[in-house]
Design a protein around this ligand. Structure first.
Ligand SMILES: C[S@@+](CC[C@H](N)C(=O)[O-])C[C@H]1O[C@@H](n2cnc3c(N)ncnc32)[C@H](O)[C@@H]1O
Length: 247
């Protein structure tokens, strides 16, 4: 395997701050980016044998592509690269950031996830991951959290390349039916979901805003044992997407 060049190290470093690039944190993010057609500029690898093992076991469909692209990186260089964390897979990458638009997401016939002001990068990533698995039309975020930051990429295992994600500046002008997913809503088991819903989930601490609740066409809840106040945001997204209500 050829060693990474100084330009390659610069590319890795700049992918942490350049809005046109995505820093792919770990093998799974690199794998999903490659599988879903990302324009990958670099794959860096700290352990060639481990990359081969991971690629053979977890991505036999693209193992040759991944290993032939990879450049060897020294662990000392990994530590020097800004916020770049050590990843157990010893694999990192850089891809061009796709240009998803809110309009394209809203035009999808599939359900859309709206995360209102989510705070935790790992949680946001987990929401994107299950949203991609359930093949939704896209994930919109209010409140300005960056769906491309490394913690979100890691949490989503790079599945931002499989489902469009975008920041929504305003709730004004949404025309699709909104379903507020809220612990105080009606039991989801008996709810009849509208077609092409926007499924709106609230922020981790406070839940949905009064504005979103008042805009919603319906409010549904996931029934819980008495005394439990809520489930984790990403867990709620997963349950709703895989519940009978959407079938
Ligand atoms: C951690 S919860 C927020 C908790 C907040 N204290 C509340 O009461 O909404 C984050 C989001 O997950 C969803 N959620 C969590 N548990 C839920 C439940 N049992 N029923 C419906 N939605 C739930 C809601 O969208 C909620 O806004």
């Amino acid at each position: 395997m050829q060693p990474i060049t100084p330009a390659g190290l610069d590319l890795l470093r700049s992918s942490l701050t350049d809005n046109n690039l995505v820093f792919l944190d770990g093998f799974h993010a690199v794998k999903h980016a490659a599988r879903f057609g990302a324009d990958i500029g670099l794959v860096a690898c700290a352990n060639e044998a481990k990359l081969q093992e991971l690629a053979d076991a977890l991505a036999p469909d693209i193992a040759g592509e991944l290993t032939s692209m990879a450049k060897a990186i020294d662990k000392k260089d990994v530590k020097k690269i800004g916020e770049m964390r050590s990843h157990w897979t010893g694999v990192w990458g850089v891809a061009a950031r796709p240009t998803y638009t809110v309009e394209d997401i809203l035009a999808s016939p599939a359900p859309i996830i709206l995360l209102e002001n989510p705070q935790n990068g790992g949680n946001i990533g987990a929401c994107i991951r299950v949203a991609a698995a359930a093949n939704v039309g896209g994930v919109l975020l209010t409140g300005g959290a960056d769906p491309w930051e490394p913690a979100v990429i890691r949490g989503a295992a790079g599945l931002q390349f499989a489902v469009p994600v975008a920041n929504l500046e305003t709730l004004e002008g949404l025309t699709r039916p909104i379903v507020a997913i809220d612990p105080e809503g009606d039991d989801i088991a008996t709810a009849t979901m509208p077609n092409q819903p926007i499924l709106a989930f609230g922020t981790e601490r406070e839940g949905l805003s009064d504005q979103l609740k008042s805009m919603a066409n319906m409010r549904v809840s996931l029934p819980m044992k008495e005394g439990v106040s809520s489930v984790n945001l990403a867990v709620a997204v997963g349950i709703v997407l895989y519940s009978q209500a959407l079938r």
